[in-house]
Each structure stands twice: as C-alpha cells, then as structure tokens.
Ligand binder design. Structure first.
Ligand SMILES: [Ca+2]
Ligand SMILES: [Ca+2]
Ligand SMILES: [Ca+2]
Ligand SMILES: [Ca+2]
Length: 324
C-alpha cells in the first residue's frame, strides 16, 4: 500500500469515527433542569385547563358514576373551560421536591364521606390516565391528550408509597365512601371521593417515561377512591398513618440536614421507617403493648426470641443483636 492510499484510508476512517460519535451523542439527552421543565409543564397544564371543558356522569350506584370526559372547546364554543367553570372546585397544592416548589392542580368532583388515606397507604381506585403533549398542526400549536391506561373495576390496592409522587400528594385530600355487597357477588360503591389531578412530569415519570408515556410528559388522572388499606412500612406493628407526628397526612424522607416533623429522635429516619422511633435502643415492636392484654407482644413474634415478659431487665437481656 502506498503512503497516499494509506493516508486516504486513515482520513476516511477518522471521518467515520467522528460521524459515529457525533450521532451517538446526539441521541443522549442530559437530564433536564427540574425548574425549567416544571415551568414548561405548568404552562401546558394551564393551557389545557383553559381550552378544555369537563362533563361528569352523575349515576349513583352504577360503575360509571363520576366518570368524566374532557373535551376541547370548539372554535366559537360556549362551554366553560375547566379553569373558568365553578361547578367543581379547581384547587392546587404545593409540593417541595428536587429543590423547587411544584404547583399541582386538582379538581374536586366530590370529597367523599369516609376515611382519607395518608400518603403511604394503599388505595383501591378506579382510574383513567392520559398524558399531555404539545403538538403543531398547520402552524397551530395545541395541547393534546392521549389515554394510556384505564382501570374500571380495581381488584387490588396500590401503595401510594410506591406509585408516582403526584398520587401520594393528591389522594390524601379525598375520602372513601360507603359500599354494599350485592347478591351476585359484586360490590356497589357510593359517595366515594372522586377527582381529577394534573401532574407535572417531575411528580410523575419525568425523563424515564413509562410504557407509551413519553419522557417529560405531564399526566392527567381521573380517579375514584373506593377503599383504603393501612400499611406499615417498617413492620413495627404501628400502621404508618399513626406515625404521622404532626398529623398532616403526609410523611416523607427528607434531604440530609432538613428537620423532619415526623422524626421523634431526629436521626433523619422518619418514624414510619424507623424501627426504634425514640432512639432508646429498644425496638418499637417490643415497646408497644398488646391492647387486648396490656402486655408487650410475645417475644415469639420476634425471630430467635422466646417468652413473654414485662420485666425491663429481662427485656433488655433479650435486646441483644439476636433479638433485633
Ligand atoms: Ca410502622
Ligand atoms: Ca406528617
Ligand atoms: Ca427517627
Ligand atoms: Ca424505642
């Protein structure tokens, strides 16, 4: 191979390598700034609220009760937008996360008459989800919504601790209703809480997306809160909603150095995750009393411990590593 040919091949190879690396970097987007993305999402959500109207099915005792349809107001249409209507209260809630304060809108169709979950409980909910996108057709930009999931007859509880942040923020603002069992084995729900939440992507799937939901998509969920299930995240025998020290219905893991209102011993582990809430080296599970007997729960409930006692010395003896 002569020198000229060698350099020519080398040049082509180099150009190819640069081309490849350029294409590769073009497909990888760095994580967007949370504040900037929230501003974009909030603009889209507010435009959606101002250009669409809602109709609600009022059909007590039937599965379609409180079903909703959200429709774009046609040109010249007289329907009142979700933003302008006064039949249902459009509320908002501030959420501190990612070093910014999110504003999250939600529409109250009705509050419910039963019990409100805390942000860590399980919920039995019928719901419908759509994602928003800004699309341009013939030079006109509009907000579109695309359905991605609907559950009409829920069979299991979903933990608000595990679902997207937006759910845990809004469900505690609603209550369950009543239910009655029918002869055919079905259950009828009445007077349950129902609403619609409008979630910025930072409180949903953000950059990852999920299924057909694109990255950075704001979400709209209509929901009906049928039942709640009290959960106990640290398995200490105290359901999490009773570990809510300031009683606001919300418990969280906060950033290092931030005082947590739901942390008795100030070790930055909130009570709902702290197996020794008061930091006295006695696990909560051992300290709590059985309400039926007034005695501590049997050590038999705790792996590798036996016996049942109220004697502090004996409890201490059992609090070696094998018993915790
Ligand atoms: Ca607990
Ligand atoms: Ca709290
Ligand atoms: Ca703690
Ligand atoms: Ca303790």
């Amino acid at each position: 191979m002569n020198k000229f040919k060698y350099y020519f091949i080398l040049l082509i190879t180099t150009i190819s390598l640069f081309s490849c690396s350029k294409n590769d970097t073009a497909t990888v987007e760095s994580l967007r700034d949370y504040a900037v993305q929230f501003t974009t999402d909030n603009t889209d959500i507010e435009e959606y609220l101002k250009t669409n109207y809602i109709t609600v099915v009022d059909h007590a005792g039937f599965a379609d009760d409180q079903d909703i349809t959200i429709t774009k107001i046609p040109t010249g249409g007289t329907q009142k937008s979700i933003w302008d209507q006064t039949t249902y209260e459009l509320k908002s809630r501030n959420v501190s996360l990612h070093d910014i304060t999110y504003k999250m809108y939600y529409l109250v169709l009705r509050t419910g008459t039963g019990t409100a979950p805390c942000n860590l409980d399980g919920v039995l909910t019928a719901y419908k989800g759509e994602y928003l996108a800004r699309e341009t057709t013939d030079g006109v930009t509009t907000i579109t919504s695309t359905p991605f999931e609907e559950v009409k007859y829920p069979q299991s509880f979903l933990s608000l601790f595990s679902t997207i942040t937006g759910w845990g923020e809004i469900f505690p603002q609603f209550k369950t209703g009543t239910y009655s069992s029918n002869a055919d084995g079905t259950v009828t729900h009445n007077d349950f809480g129902a609403g619609v939440m409008f979630i910025p992507s930072g409180l949903a799937y953000y950059s990852s997306g999920s299924g057909i939901i694109p990255s950075y998509a704001p979400l709209v969920f209509s929901f009906k809160l049928y039942e709640i299930n009290r959960l106990d995240q640290d398995s200490d025998g105290i359901p999490s909603y009773q570990e809510d020290l300031n009683g606001d219905g919300y418990m969280r893991v906060l950033a290092t150095g931030v005082t947590n209102p739901d942390d008795t011993d100030g070790d930055e582990i909130p009570n709902f995750l702290d197996v020794d809430d008061d930091g006295d080296n006695y696990t909560t599970k051992i300290e709590i009393k059985n309400p039926a007997t007034g005695l501590p729960f049997p050590f038999a409930d705790i792996p590798s411990c036996n016996g049942n006692t109220t004697d502090p010395a004996r409890i201490k003896k059992h609090l070696d590593k094998a018993c915790q």
